[in-house]
Structure formats: C-alpha cells, structure tokens
Design a protein around this ligand. Structure first.
Ligand code: PML
Length: 246
C-alpha cells in the first residue's frame, strides 16, 4: 500500500501558530488535507506539503499513559525531575536548570526553540542549532480515528494524541532515555515525561499564562548525532496499537 505524508504549518505575522502531520493512504488525502486546513483559526500563511512515503516503518505499541496531579507546578516539576534523574543519572540541579530554560525560552535569543533541546547523560547540550533544535516528525497512528476516540472518551485531548505519537517514536530509539515536554499554549498546563515504555502525564507542569514551551530529549552520551537527527526528522513510522489505558 502507498502512504503519503501530509504536513501543514500556518503562521500569522511571521509567528508560527499551528501545525499538523498525518501519514495516510491515498484515498484519505482529501479529507485529511481539509481537516488540517480547518485547524488554525486565523492565519496569513498556510503551507501544505504532501509527499509519498518511500519506506514506512512500524511501532507495534504506543507508550502507556499514566496520569499524575499535583497541587502546584513546583511539586509537579520536582516529580518530573526525579523520574528523569532515575532514568538518566543526570544531577537533579542540572535537570532543573534545563527545565527552567524551557519555561523561560531555551533558544539563544530567549525565545521558544522550534524543536527539542538535546541533553546527554553528562549534562551537555548537543543540538546543532539552539534556535531550531531537533524536530520529531513522520509519525502517526495506523488507525488515528480509533485511537483519538478512545483518548477523547477518557478525557485526553488532541494534544495528547499528537504528543503520544511523538513520544512513542522518540522512546523507540535506543539512545533516547527520556523526554520532558510542556506546551507553548499559555492555557494548557498538562505536560509529560516519557521514559522506557511510559508516557507520564503530569498536571500542572507549567504556570497558567506562560506562552513558553518545548521539549528536552535526554540521550546517551555516546549517541551518534547524524543517525539521531536522521531517525527523528526523516524516518517515517506508523504506530499500530494504543496500549490500553486503565
Ligand atoms: C497531554 O495532554 O498529554 C500533554 C500534551 C503536551 C502537548 C505539547 C504540545 O502542545 O505540543
């Protein structure tokens, strides 16, 4: 079967406002393009790219979602730091410093990075360009609508759907040990830490009203950067199954 990757990005006054990606069969293209176009409320530039997927890879199962709530963002982030420390061995203060950067804008200019920050187990930043970061693209669910409706029924959101796909692709790579993520939507306080087979959803991971956000990927120190960038940005994956949420 032939699959196509569909990527949409929209901006207003040169500021990115919306993006979306799908990997779908030819017969679903029209509907998918229409739904992506509906996504941004107001834009002055919208780009849709459709490309035949040359080699499609599969991941059998998504990460398993676990949910935790805390009285405030300090306790929520302390919990996130503890998990990342346990899985990477990086000093907790260093982890906190990287997380704080995401909350205030981690690019060299103090803005939101367009992609993720890369940190190795010695606590060094590895991304080649601190404004761009590294972007995970090329991942979708084989039956997106089925997964979406299960998640929405359980109270999750479209953001969870996309983030679960991204985190599942990330953690499928043996040199990625963990991920930390908060949204750049100032009203969205859910975030997550992903480690091993788990997507650990945490609330509230950021302060309401903060329009900064982003991701950190924690990687083994001997990681081959060329291969890592290629995996995250070029290789295309479909996830077959959502791990059941209890
Ligand atoms: C969740 O709802 O599970 C957290 C999703 C974080 C989304 C980050 C983003 O906006 O890209």
């Amino acid at each position: 079967m032939r699959y196509y990757s569909v990527k949409m990005r929209a901006s207003k006054e040169d500021k990115h406002i919306s993006g979306g990606e799908r990997i779908v069969e030819r017969k679903a293209l029209k509907e998918v393009i229409n739904s992506l176009i509906e996504r941004p409320r107001d834009f002055d530039f919208l780009n849709i790219k459709v490309k035949l997927v040359q080699k499609l890879n599969y991941i059998d199962r998504s990460l398993k979602i676990e949910s935790y709530s805390f009285p405030d963002t300090h306790q929520a982030n302390a919990f996130a730091v503890e998990i990342i420390h346990r899985y990477t061995g990086i000093d907790k203060v260093r982890i906190e410093n990287f997380i704080n950067l995401i909350h205030i804008g981690a690019s060299d200019r103090g803005d939101v990075m367009r992609g993720a920050m890369l940190v190795d187990t010695d606590g060094n930043r590895l991304e080649r360009d601190r404004n761009r970061g590294v972007r995970t693209t090329g991942v979708d669910f084989e039956d997106r609508e089925k997964v979406r409706s299960k998640l929405i029924k359980k109270g999750f959101t479209d953001r969870t759907l996309d983030a679960l796909a991204i985190a599942t692709k990330n953690l499928n790579y043996q040199d990625i040990l963990g991920e930390y993520c908060i949204s750049d939507d100032p009203n969205y306080q859910y975030g997550y830490v992903a480690v091993k087979r788990s997507y650990i959803r945490i609330h509230p991971l950021k302060e309401k009203g903060n329009d900064r956000g982003g991701r950190i990927y924690f990687v083994k120190k001997e990681v081959d950067l060329d291969r890592l960038y290629n995996y995250l940005e070029e290789e295309e994956f479909l996830i077959r199954e959502l791990v059941e949420i209890l």
